[in-house]
Design a protein around this ligand. Structure first.
Ligand code: URA
Length: 241
């Protein structure tokens, strides 16, 4: 791909704007050589105004989403994109959320411009576990773990039961729940189905990847070890039929 298109696709500007950047000699190699529109280049060798390029296509961002931020590119509420560099919203292909979290839900949100990877993580066929901590409005009654694990729980207005989910009780009103699907408001509806209400919900892990010490509102680019952990280092409540 030509340098012009490559840089424009990373969100640095329209083709016209990037042409101007290149003509103004703002795009150089690490060795200081001015790069032209059609020059061959390596991503890691390109500097714009002396700064390395944004992450190459295929990047995966892990964001610790605060409550109140919406997983959308448009709207008047605060958006998850407001927490990321402005260029990330302008990339082509788009840097899209991998699944969604409700506005009220906080925690681990991935975003990527790699459509195939996005599909692999979210596809129900992958059965990738997602773990949440939840603070409940009422004390647990005692049978929730068995109900969630049964593989027979039917949510209101659905036609197929939920896959088995795992419940870990951390306190009378504090739980960790691991699910392998991504149905609409799933965790909140699961607790509604057993007569409770989720007051606070946070996603803490996807597959073998957890938030670590990433602070609320902070983000980082995943490395190859993270991506490996995402698909390998976990126990799943999913059982093959
Ligand atoms: N389940 C929910 O109810 N909400 C989320 O945001 C994610 C899972």
């Amino acid at each position: 791909m030509k340098l012009l298109k490559y840089v424009a696709n990373l969100g640095y500007g329209s083709r016209r704007q990037v042409t101007e950047m290149i003509e103004r000699r703002r795009v150089r190699s690490k060795a200081g050589v001015v790069l032209g529109i059609r020059d061959m280049f390596e991503h890691d060798e390109v500097l714009i105004d002396g700064e390395p390029l944004d992450p190459a296509p295929g990047a995966v961002v892990m964001l610790n989403k605060p409550p109140g931020y919406v997983c959308s590119t448009k709207g008047s509420s605060p958006l998850v994109y407001d927490l990321l560099p402005a260029r990330f919203r302008l990339r082509s292909p788009a840097m899209s959320p991998v699944g969604r979290l409700d506005s009220d839900t906080s925690g681990l949100l991935l975003l990527t411009d790699d459509g195939e990877l996005n599909h692999r993580i979210t596809s129900p066929r992958t059965h990738l576990p997602k773990a949440y901590t939840a603070v409940l409005a009422n004390d647990l009654r005692g049978d929730e773990g068995a109900v969630f694990e049964s593989g027979t729980l039917m949510l209101e207005s659905e036609t197929t039961p939920l896959e088995p989910a795992k419940l870990e009780v951390l306190g009378a009103r504090l739980v960790r729940v691991t699910i392998t699907e991504g149905r609409y408001h799933q965790v909140r509806r699961m607790f509604a189905a057993v007569g409770n209400h989720v007051a606070v919900l946070k996603r803490v892990a996807i597959g073998g990847l957890d938030l670590g010490d990433l602070g609320e509102g902070a983000w980082r680019i995943l490395n190859s070890d993270d991506l490996k952990a995402l698909f390998t280092d976990f126990a799943s409540p999913h059982k093959e039929p």
